[in-house]
Design a protein around this ligand. Structure first.
Ligand SMILES: [Zn+2]
Length: 175
């Protein structure tokens, strides 16, 4: 059976946006993130994180640094009864021709293949228009832009909903 999924961008959605974050000490969860994820789980969603990590291509940190902070983050979720099904990251830079850097849909397509994701009943929650574009290109029409990360231009966005943060997602994700 295909699984419905909540796709989350990481920086600005799960944790407070800090440029090129890789230190656990600098990682601060957004208020309400755990409650929101428990709510999604109770509705029967899987949760997958898809994140651009160009800091790796830029040499600010490496794959191993990324893995350490990711494992720590997953443990924080796990301690609160939340399972993050998978995480995907693009390590490439803006000039790369890779298929994974959002707004390209590569990470979503990979997730769909690996987990048999039902894109029609899935959601993307991001803090940048590239999150919305990537999701749309992968067949996800249910999209939310949150104001908890980068400054967003709501009048030039194709997102379906705008919310202050993931904490309010219960208002629009109801089944
Ligand atoms: Zn990439």
């Amino acid at each position: 059976m295909a699984i419905k999924t909540i796709f989350l961008d990481r920086d600005g959605v799960v944790n407070k946006e800090i440029n090129y974050l890789y230190k656990i000490d600098d990682f601060e969860f957004i208020e309400g993130i755990f409650d929101a994820c428990l709510y999604f789980q109770n509705l029967g969603y899987e949760i997958i994180i898809v994140t651009n990590q160009s800091g790796i291509a830029r040499g600010y940190y490496n794959e191993s640094d990324y893995k350490i902070i990711t494992n720590w983050m997953l443990a924080q979720f796990r301690d609160r009864g939340i399972t993050i099904l998978d995480t995907f990251h693009c390590p490439h830079g803006p000039k790369s021709t890779c298929e994974c850097r959002k707004p390209k849909p590569g990470m979503f397509i990979e997730a769909k293949k690996k987990h048999n994701t039902d894109m029609k009943h899935s959601w993307m929650i991001g803090d940048k228009e590239v999150d919305i574009k990537a999701a749309n290109a992968a067949g996800i029409k249910n999209t939310i832009l949150v104001r908890s990360g980068h400054v967003i231009d709501e009048s030039n966005s194709t997102a379906k909903f705008f919310l202050d943060s993931i904490q309010q997602s219960k208002q629009v994700i109801t089944n």
